[in-house]
Design a protein around this ligand. Structure first.
Ligand code: NAP
Ligand code: MG
Length: 486
């Protein structure tokens, strides 16, 4: 196994069971976002040739992996999960260093990957065909599930462990082989994970990891006609590009995309609980969950009271070094993220939104943004409409449940949502009316469990969602078999 945990190491690709430099011999810097200009290590700036080698290795390995036993595959995945569990602290530190989320959040991410991985491991056993016999016993029929072949996994940097596991483990369990292209902000955790797959005894070529720019190597991966499925999590913009390329060869896609998630607070809500849910889902991982709350729709009757409580809570938040146990919020993931969020804040101010607290931090050592809240936001403002993907909340006043649902639905996106209320009938109106893949009542918008689908409506997703019933099914094709035994 490559000793990937030493700082200053040059991280390598993992292709066909061996650690390799890119054929182009170029690397890129992995920066710690808490320290501008730092260099944690370097990763391979891979070329199309590296992707080609990885797809070739995956296609060759598919021949035995795809036709092998489910129990053998389960054993390998189980070993991987055990090693992942043993590596929790080490991996959490790597994620915090390269992504900026707090050490508690990074540990929580590993826990979430383990929970979902164990769900898929168990579900795989129940994932067999349904047999039926015709009344007279002449024809027996059943449904078989076959793997697709090589699957491409392209993941974002915000959940570098959890998102790749949510895609990779179901694909492996159902007999597919993988080429994984991680996000360029988080190559270290990706290469570390490749090392864990190697340690778990995944046969050569079954899991391959190639780092490098999405627009170059990610795009090349999708264009390869040997790749039969692409599971992607990232922005809506890139998701559309992927879908257009995949359409050429009918490559199956699972696209988990952006969001502009609304939290509704009605007049009868428990305001303290609503504020805590806002802080958790608005500022958790510095507002960089896809399910982060970014719009808050307040019943006008409680708007002032809620806002006062929220601002007080924001004041108490400590923004700083993600490795410090006391830190509530780390930096955002990198320079591009920081500049995008700072520009969105400026645009909101320019459009006449009222910034109640926050903004770019005075601590300029890293990419720090304070918990930021805008008040009196109207539906026309960009801060209401555009995904910011940072610790920035837009507060608006509404006149009750019907207006709240109308405003919440006034978005191109439809990933997650939440409502706080004590009124069951208002909650049911919201559940039926909200246009999003996840609806939460008296729970924050990021809450999820593996048994239920994780996917978005409208511009927030396409294809069968992850987790739930379709997490495994996405990576299989069906065959109906009829046998006349007479
Ligand atoms: P992104 O720019 O779309 O990148 C996502 C991944 O795609 C990265 O690995 C990226 O590589 C790669 N990529 C970029 N251009 C590509 C192309 N033309 N072809 C193939 N791959 C390409 O998104 P991001 O900024 O990393 O992540 C933030 C976004 O992800 C937000 O919109 C957020 O809402 C969304 N997200 C959604 C979910 C969900 O489950 N719905 C979960 C998490 C995040 P590089 O890093 O090298 O550019
Ligand atoms: Mg980084």
């Amino acid at each position: 196994m490559q000793a990937v945990i030493d700082m200053s190491e040059i991280l390598q690709n993992y292709i066909g069971g061996s650690w390799r430099e890119s054929v182009g011999a170029e690397t890129f810097i992995n920066e710690n976002p808490a320290l501008r200009g730092s260099e944690l290590n370097r990763a391979q700036a891979s070329t199309e040739e590296d992707i080609d080698a990885a797809v070739t290795a995956a296609a060759e390995a598919f021949e035995s992996w795809g036709s092998g036993n489910l129990t053998d595959r389960q054993e390998v995945v189980e070993r991987f999960l055990d090693i992942l569990s043993d590596s929790r602290e080490e991996l959490a530190r790597i994620v915090s260093l390269e992504n900026g989320k707090t050490i508690a959040e990074s540990g929580g991410e590993v826990d979430s990957a383990l929970l979902e991985g164990r769900y898929h491991l168990r579900q795989a056993s129940a994932f067999t065909g349904v047999a039926s016999r015709k009344g007279d016993g002449e024809v027996t029929a059943w449904e078989q599930h076959h793997p697709l072949g090589v699957a491409g996994v392209i993941s974002p940097w915000n959940y570098p462990i959890n998102v790749m596991c949510r895609k990779t483990l179901p694909a492996l369990l159902t007999g597919n082989t993988i080429v994984f292209k991680p996000a360029s902000y988080t190559p270290w955790s990706a290469v570390f994970m490749a090392g864990l797959f190697e340690k778990a005894g995944v046969p050569a070529g079954v899991f391959n990891c190639v780092t490098g720019r999405g627009s170059a190597v990610g795009n090349r991966l999708i264009r390869d006609s040997r790749v039969r499925a692409v599971s992607f999590t990232g922005s809506t913009e890139v998701g559309k590009k992927i879908q257009a390329v995949a359409a050429r060869d009918f490559t199956r896609t699972q696209l988990e995309l952006g969001g502009k998630n609304a939290l509704v607070v009605l007049a009868d809500a428990d305001l303290d609980a609503a504020v805590e849910a806002t802080v958790k889902a608005g500022f958790g991982c510095a507002g960089q969950w896809c399910t982060s709350t970014s719009r808050v729709l307040l019943d006008a009757k409680i708007a002032d009271k809620y806002t006062k409580k929220l601002l007080k809570r924001c004041e108490s938040m400590r923004v700083g070094d993600p490795l410090e146990e006391k830190t509530d919020m780390g930096p955002v993931a990198g320079a591009g993220q920081f500049n995008g969020i700072a520009a969105a804040i400026d645009r909101a101010i320019g459009e006449g939104s009222c910034m109640l607290c926050g903004g770019v931090s005075e601590n300029s050592k890293g990419y720090f943004i304070e918990p930021t809240v805008f008040g009196n936001v109207t539906r026309q403002m960009s801060i209401f409409r555009e995904e910011i993907f940072g610790p920035v909340l837009a507060l608006s006043k509404v006149g009750g449940i019907d207006e709240a649902v109308e405003w919440a639905n006034d978005s191109d996106y439809g990933l997650s949502s939440a409502i706080f209320t004590g009124d069951m009938s208002a909650a049911m109106r919201y559940i039926h009316g909200i246009e999003s893949g996840m609806a939460h009542v008296n729970i924050h918008s990021g809450y999820k469990t593996p048994e239920f689908p994780f996917g978005g409506w409208k511009q927030s997703g396409f294809g069968p969602p992850e987790n739930g019933r379709t997490g495994l099914e996405f990576f299989t094709r069906q065959k109906a078999v009829y046998v006349n035994s007479k």
